[in-house]
Design a protein around this ligand. Structure first.
Ligand SMILES: [Zn+2]
Length: 267
């Protein structure tokens, strides 16, 4: 099916496929070009997608974790251009990201992708899918905002089953409880980002994901949290910027994966 979609896409655009880049939800093995236990791709574990597509299309194919792909996109063609040390963070249904230092994607042991969303901010916090309690993701991803509202809404609160997007809208309209939810969200976004700044002192952190579509509601507060606890590093020099490639970051990231692997120089 992937092959058919690629062929149709190339036909519509009237181009030849000269290479294929893939950004996929993890875990993936970028070096071997294989999938791990990806939640919504059951049965794909160990499938050599890169090898199969390369054989089928007779082109070079590269695979990365989607957070890393988007980080490469922002570092190469987006808000992180000309930044030596860039951390990309996406805040949506979960929290993930990627790090690009001096043009190189940071990889852990055996090519592992670091899970910035699973840094623990409060061991007494909500249970997380990873096994810990109070991970950044469990406290500050979109569903965490919705859960906070659910817990704190009085019985006569007129809005129910709110999404992060709707909470942001209500906060903008002046709703008191929604504004408190934004304050809570801002604190935890700020703490997670402050940790990244204390650990890595990057030139820039680029923020993406559905929650960050309302980044103007959070940015000043995030900067205040960072200023409170990052005094041993030059935190003022870390630019906190919304992603610049918008909706297409992941698509552009997939393309960037190919360029990073094969066109920039041999890796
Ligand atoms: Zn976790």
């Amino acid at each position: 099916m992937i092959a058919r979609m690629l062929r149709e896409c190339a036909q519509k655009a009237d181009v030849e496929i000269s290479g294929i880049g893939i950004g996929s939800t993890g875990p993936v093995d970028p070096i071997r070009g294989e999938f791990g236990d990806v939640d919504f791709l059951s049965g794909w574990r160990g499938k050599p997608l890169v090898k199969d597509l390369a054989q089928l299309f007779q082109v070079k194919v590269a695979l990365e974790n989607d957070g890393d792909a988007a980080a490469l996109a922002e570092a190469g063609w987006g808000a992180g251009r000309n930044r030596s040390r860039l951390i990309y963070v996406t805040i949506g249904t979960g929290i993930g990201g990627g790090m690009v230092f001096d043009g190189e994607l940071y990889r852990g042991v055996e090519g592992a992708h670091p899970e910035i969303g699973h840094q623990v901010l409060d061991p007494a916090g909500p249970e997380c899918s990873c096994g810990f309690h109070g991970c950044w993701e469990s406290l500050a991803a979109g569903p965490a905002m919705a859960a906070w509202m659910q817990t704190h809404a009085p019985a006569d609160y007129p809005h129910r089953d709110l999404t992060a997007k709707r909470i942001c809208e209500l906060a903008q309209q002046g709703d008191t409880l929604a504004r408190q939810a934004i304050e809570h969200e801002t604190l935890y976004l700020g703490l997670g980002l402050a940790n990244l700044i204390n650990l890595f002192t990057p030139d820039a952190i680029v923020l993406s994901g559905s929650v960050m579509k309302s980044s103007h509601l959070f940015l000043d507060g995030i900067r205040a949290v960072i200023a409170r606890g990052c005094r041993f590093v030059p935190y003022q020099k870390t630019e906190i910027a919304p992603a610049s490639l918008g909706q297409d970051t992941n698509l552009i990231g997939a393309a960037r994966v190919w360029h990073y692997r094969f066109a920039d120089r041999n890796r």
